[in-house]
Design a binder for this molecule. Structure first.
Ligand SMILES: Nc1ncnc2c1ncn2[C@@H]1O[C@H](COP(=O)(O)OP(=O)(O)OP(=O)(O)O)[C@@H](O)[C@H]1O
Ligand SMILES: [Mg+2]
Length: 272
């Protein structure tokens, strides 16, 4: 029997008359790296919103670590180890990189309250250790005391990922962490993300960078107009006619090019 940390069955999210997610069945096996791709507006962010409790599901179920989480509040899901990043990066500009992580690393408290705590109470060692660990994994230790505004876009994106990591989640959900990164930055990010699997985490990645997705994921789902139109290993997905059709036009070439690039990248990094 497979051990899925996340399972959705028939997950449907309706906005007005639109099914932004239409009966989505998706599994993330424990310890694996699963990707979700699809054109703009396909419903990818909505899927993360639904499983983290930011938008209500209209139908279907979501199970995390064996528990039906459909009726839990977002912070209750985070408490259980289901932690996300946001597509639009929102760092606290008045806090250092380290403090951005510390705020997120305190479990289940309201941010305003934590901001007070940060300055009023001694920080507990376990939390500090977790923050240092997250900074280290993302290669941000040297920038811990910098202000986010002083960092280039690529480093800020890493801080966004590190902030989610500082909660030491069991499953981390990443919404376009490579947006705006150049190819080298994106490959480096991919190496950091694969490392998460060595720390008892499972990873769920949404990104438009096909080179990244094809090179880091064990398994990929393809969403189009709210429905899963294909799924499989990277090799299977890039050959899938439905995927090629969904990406027809400008992006069809991208898939081919990215696939070739992913093969080269995987060979040079020794990965899959
Ligand atoms: N809160 C909302 N209210 C109404 N419609 C919404 C809401 N959020 C998303 N939608 C619609 O649902 C559909 C899916 O949007 P979603 O943001 O999930 O797509 P996406 O795959 O993440 O796209 P992108 O690649 O551009 O980030 C779109 O048609 C969008 O306009
Ligand atoms: Mg999105």
């Amino acid at each position: 029997m497979t051990d899925n940390i996340l399972e959705t069955k028939g997950l449907t999210v309706t906005f007005g008359g639109l099914n932004a997610n239409d009966s989505v069945n998706l599994n993330v096996p424990r310890g694996k790296f699963v990707g979700l791709i699809g054109p703009n507006g396909a419903g990818k962010t909505t899927f993360i919103d639904a499983i983290t409790g930011y938008v209500p599901m209209s139908a279907g179920t979501a199970t995390f670590a064996g528990e039906d989480i459909g009726s839990l509040k977002p912070h209750e899901r985070a408490e259980r180890g289901l932690v996300r990043t946001f597509q639009s990066l929102e760092l606290f500009e008045d806090l250092s990189v380290r403090d951005n992580l510390l705020v997120a690393a305190y479990p289940t408290k309201w941010y305003s309250f934590i901001l007070d705590m940060l300055y009023m109470t001694p920080k507990d060692q376990e939390t500090e250790d977790r923050v240092n660990w997250a900074l280290d994994i993302m290669g941000l230790t040297d920038e811990a005391d910098a202000m986010p505004t002083d960092l280039p876009h690529g480093r800020r994106k890493l801080v966004g990922v590190a902030r989610a990591l500082a909660a030491k989640p069991d499953l981390i959900l990443l919404d376009e962490p490579a947006a705006g990164l150049d190819t080298a930055e994106s490959q480096k990010l991919g190496q950091h993300l694969r490392e998460f699997l060595d720390h008892d985490m499972s990873v769920f990645l949404i990104d438009h960078d096909m080179g990244l997705v094809l090179s880091v994921c064990d398994y990929i789902y393809v969403l189009d107009f709210g429905e899963i139109i294909a799924e499989g290993t990277p090799a299977e997905v890039r050959e899938d006619p439905a995927v090629k059709a969904a990406y027809l036009g400008a992006e069809a070439g991208d898939v081919q090019a990215a696939a070739a690039e992913a093969v080269v990248g995987a060979q040079s990094s020794g990965g899959e």
